[in-house]
Design a protein around this ligand. Structure first.
Ligand SMILES: C[S@@+](CC[C@H](N)C(=O)[O-])C[C@H]1O[C@@H](n2cnc3c(N)ncnc32)[C@H](O)[C@@H]1O
Length: 244
């Protein structure tokens, strides 16, 4: 881990945009969902990264500001067209404050799990609520913990296996933690990264929202408003700060 950039230092940032998460088929429904909820206000992205969502959102005419720990990720954002319309504050999104109020805040792609303690996740909800205008909403996209798929007594679960890429989640059930281990063969050499996470349950997220003075407005399993069921592998949840 790079001390300044957290787990998203130069080496991770350099390869970040190669992911299939940049496919328009993945990005467009996210942007459509957010555009429908921002209204005429501003949007705040926590963990803006290289601008995967923020840039197309800004191109749709939304005023976007980001908070981000990694300067290496933001350097990639700054190389892209349209970046000049996006402000970024470097800092921890659990505690960093920015000027002004927002009608929408969002935290996508499991990034709430990058906060590895419950206290930090609660602080994040409180920080978001303080930035939202009355009636504003907070959108989180995060996986549902896959403990049902972990055989009794086992702690390791593969999440990706192909000829050049392997990924394994290592669970620490007592502490509600997991480490995602990524192995990739690049130019004949193994590139290895391990990221620590704290997984979080939908009901626990609702309680965090309640502690921050927000209430659940929507919960889906996909950006096209697919229903959330007992089989859903992720949730896209929207909490609202009460209107005055
Ligand atoms: C999985 S990436 C997601 C980036 C972008 N939102 C996207 O959807 O592509 C997570 C990002 O959150 C940033 N991040 C992780 N923890 C953070 C924290 N506590 N405060 C600010 N940024 C953080 C990382 O540096 C990284 O850029």
């Amino acid at each position: 881990m790079n001390d300044d950039d957290g787990y998203f230092g130069e080496d991770v940032a350099a390869r970040y945009d190669l992911s299939d998460m940049f496919d328009p088929a993945v990005v467009d429904p996210v942007v459509d969902f957010l555009v429908e909820r921002v209204g005429s206000g501003r949007a705040l992205e926590l963990g803006i990264g290289t601008g995967r969502i923020a840039l197309p959102l800004a191109k749709r005419g939304v005023n976007v500001h980001g908070i981000e720990l990694s300067k290496a990720m933001v350097r990639r954002l700054r190389e892209k067209s349209g970046n000049e319309n996006i402000g970024v504050t470097i800092g921890d999104f659990a505690t960093t404050t920015v000027d002004g109020r927002f009608s929408l805040a969002f935290l996508v792609f499991n990034t709430i799990n990058n906060l590895t303690t419950q206290a930090a996740q609660v602080a994040c909800f409180r920080n978001v609520a303080a930035h939202l205008e009355p009636g504003g909403c907070f959108v989180v996209e995060v996986g549902v913990p896959s403990l049902q798929r972990l055989p009794p007594g086992e702690t390791i679960r593969p999440f990706h296996v192909s000829e050049t890429r392997f990924g394994f989640d290592e669970y620490d059930i007592a502490n509600q933690g997991l480490i995602s281990h990524h192995f990739e063969i690049v130019d004949g050499k193994a590139v290895i990264h391990s990221f620590p996470f704290r997984y979080v349950w939908p009901a626990e997220l609702d309680l965090m929202a309640q502690l921050a003075g927000m209430t659940l407005r929507e919960r889906w399993s996909g950006w096209k408003r697919e229903p959330f069921t007992s089989d859903s592998r992720r949730n896209i949840s929207v909490w609202e700060k009460p209107a005055r």
